[in-house]
Write a protein that binds this ligand. Structure first.
Ligand code: MGD
Ligand code: MGD
Ligand code: MO
Length: 625
């Protein structure tokens, strides 16, 4: 029997289980109050039937080399080759593409969750390697909440900061009375957190709210978007009708004089513009509760009574990011902000609004005590980037114009795609179009653990080691645990650590010193750990030596800010602590967005849309992909 050995995944800390000295599975960690069962799937993956076991090259690519006729991608067989052959093919191809077209024709956006582990982070490794060679086109944003990432800075501030400083559930339990959830807060999604999670706390936090008498309302097509224990009142609105419901609520608040005029005046701008739209002065349509019922199928009477209830209680409005992962995804976001502004509770404990609860186990439950050390990516000499979800358009329309966040831009002309740590054939919209798009580049390289659909659409597939096959440490970006990830088995087949793969390739380009700085992956892990020890010291933490840590248990730190209340400083003093918006206030109407949308689509915007900001943006051509 080996002694207890830990590992970390995006879905939690686990304990490696060995049979006859061999890894047989991963079990839950006893220190986690609500462990995910996803780890149970690991035992079946250990059989390796889906693993990429050897470097593999698509048959006609191997025979004919790169061409621009790749109709057979995704259909053809692969031929296993030696690592030597794979390195030779890749080095020759990178040289050719860089010489003929330049680094701006290499796309390494590589969107995806990869695996937990601070050192062996697939994208960072790939980017560091390509940066040593002059860089590549990167991706910007994420699939999770890209409309929010683009919109929110214009109207309230940086969205990543927003998620980080969202009001804690512990505060809601203490001060809150009512939580109105658009899209619910499905506990199933909070099994995961990017980079890992030591302790799943949300279920307990929810129970504390319930025990304190906080009432929950779940406006979501799925009843299960709120766990039973919340006893939530459930309404199933027509998907996509949330903005209308919020307007119905806003209308009742206004007509019945329940809105907080003082808050609107002190902390926001543009309410008059919104009001004209709400009251139908712009288009003849009054957005009252009856209108909202028509749009959403939620009874108008309940919309009215809910508005009164929200105004009379300490109320938190939560909006799931799923609502913005859609056409016109900016609408429910902006309307959440508008409705919460009318209630006037933004910045009060247990009140206001929060966008993104439930999209990650740490949102609203914890924060890290200090920054974690990272594997450095170096500097990318290519400035061009791609809004992450436009990958098909980019490949299908090289050099053609597109619009993004008020900018007129042009797609790069990509010849070589290299993906590591993501699976676009799992995550991208419209897969038939994606399949067409994936015929376009001259070469596609994928590093994968498994034969995913994306791997099957590549030319060169490199087999890489999984988390269980390398030493590392795990730490979720907003979690407060450090989890040891000692190697539990040798890499399957001929799989290798990506660090080692890039060291070998770097030496073929004479940039091995730049990539590795003369250290192997064990030494690099040591130096990242040493850096972390230095970061931890001023915060009063003395971390053990790396070896001792890898053999031991996870380390959980105190929550640095358990009392977080979103936008409380702004509320306290909006002059001293202005928002990072053009006016420093919440922008219920945005002149800037109106100008941007007009610059992009002047004909559409002129005439009817000049008077009202919200409508202008609803119809605007700004692309929030
Ligand atoms: N229909 C639909 N589509 C969606 C969504 C939806 O709700 N509905 N949600 C979207 C969202 S929000 C997201 S974030 C995306 C998620 O999309 P992805 O993050 O692309 O999804 P994963 O399947 O986790 O892909 C990770 C891949 O990385 C591989 N991998 C893991 N570790 C390593 C490693 O160390 N090295 C290498 N080279 N590879 C590794 C895994 O084998 C896996 O194939 O999906 C998006 N797509
Ligand atoms: N187990 C597990 N957890 C995960 C992930 C995973 O792959 N597996 N992925 C993670 C990632 S990458 C992300 S970004 C987050 C995503 O987090 P979210 O975007 O919050 O999650 P979703 O499950 O897409 O949507 C939540 C709920 O919104 C509801 N909904 C959808 N459309 C509408 C609508 O128009 N109106 C209303 N009112 N409700 C609607 C649906 O019923 C759905 O169950 O989850 C994370 N958590
Ligand atoms: Mo996501």
């Amino acid at each position: 029997m080996k002694k207890q050995q830990l590992t970390a995944n995006h879905w939690g800390a686990g304990v490696s289980q060995f049979e006859n000295g061999e890894l047989a599975g991963v079990g839950p960690h006893s220190g986690d109050p609500d462990p995910s069962r996803i780890n149970e799937n690991i035992s079946s993956s250990l059989k390796g039937s889906a693993r990429v076991l050897k470097p593999s090259v698509r048959k006609s690519y191997l025979e004919n080399g790169p061409t621009n006729n790749n109709a057979k991608r995704g259909e053809e067989h692969f031929v296993e080759v030696s690592w030597e052959k794979a390195f030779e093919l890749i080095a020759d191809e990178i040289n050719r593409v860089r010489t003929d077209y330049g680094n701006q024709s290499i796309y390494a956006g590589s969107y995806g969750w990869a695996s937990a582990g601070r050192l062996h982070h697939a994208q960072s490794q790939l980017k560091r390697f390509l940066n040593c060679l002059g860089g590549s086109v990167r991706s910007q944003g994420n699939y999770s909440y890209n409309a929010a990432l683009v919109l929110m800075p214009h109207i309230v501030g940086d969205f990543r900061e927003h998620v980080k400083h969202i009001t804690r559930w512990s505060t809601v339990a203490k001060e809150g009375e009512l939580v109105v959830m658009f899209g619910g807060i499905p506990l199933r999604n909070t099994q995961v957190s990017g980079g890992g999670v030591g302790k799943h706390r949300l279920r307990d936090d929810f129970m504390a709210c319930v025990n304190a008498g906080v009432k929950f309302v779940n406006l979501s097509p799925l009843k299960t978007d709120a766990i039973e224990a919340l006893n939530a009142e459930w309404f199933a609105p027509r998907p996509g009708s949330d903005t209308a419901i919020m307007m119905g609520l806003a209308h009742t608040l206004y007509i019945e004089g329940l809105h907080d005029q003082a808050f609107l005046e002190k902390y926001t701008g543009g309410f008059d513009k919104f009001l004209a739209y709400l009251l139908g002065e712009v288009d003849g349509i009054v957005k009252d509760a009856d209108w909202a019922q028509e749009q959403s199928e939620i009874p108008a009477e309940r919309i009215r009574s809910l508005a009164r209830e929200m105004a009379s209680k300490r109320t938190l409005i939560t909006t799931a990011v799923s609502l913005q992962r859609a056409d016109y995804g900016e609408q429910p976001l902006w309307m959440t902000l508008t409705l919460a502004s009318m209630l006037g509770q933004i910045g009060l404990p247990g009140g206001g609004y929060g966008i993104g609860y439930g999209a990650d186990s740490t949102i609203g439950t914890s924060d890290r005590p200090f920054r974690w050390s990272v594997f450095p990516q170096g500097k990318n000499a290519v400035e061009d980037y791609l809004p992450v979800a436009m990958v098909s358009e980019m490949l299908l329309k090289p050099n053609e114009p597109y619009q993004y966040n008020g900018m007129a831009r042009n797609f790069p002309d990509i010849k070589l795609v290299w993906w590591a740590g993501g699976n676009p054939f799992h995550h991208h919209q419209d897969l038939n179009r994606m399949r067409d798009a994936f015929q376009r580049p001259e070469t596609i390289i994928i590093n994968e653990i498994n034969w995913t659909a994306t791997a099957k659409h590549a030319d060169i597939v490199l087999p890489v080691a999984s988390t269980m096959e390398r030493n590392d440490f795990g730490a979720g970006h907003q979690d407060n645990s450090l989890v040891p990830m000692p190697k539990a088995m040798e890499p399957m087949g001929e799989a290798r650590e990506e660090y080692e793969i890039y060291c070998e390739l770097a030496s073929r380009f004479g940039v091995d010193e730049a990539f590795s700085e003369g250290v192997n992956s064990s030494q690099r892990l040591e130096s990242m750990w040493d850096e972390l020890k230095e970061i931890a010291k001023p915060h009063g933490y003395e971390l053990p030596q790396l070896n001792e840590f890898l053999e031991g248990d996870m380390i959980t730190f105190d929550d640095p800010a358990p009392e977080t209340v979103f936008l409380s400083e702004f509320r306290e003093d909006p002059t001293l602590n202005p928002l990072k918006t053009p006016s420093g206030k919440i922008e219920l109407f945005s002149k800037l967005l109106l100008v941007l949308s007009m610059a992009i689509a002047p004909i559409m915007q002129l005439g009817c849309l000049l008077e009202n900001g919200l409508e202008a943006i609803m119809r605007s051509n700004i692309r929030f992909t």
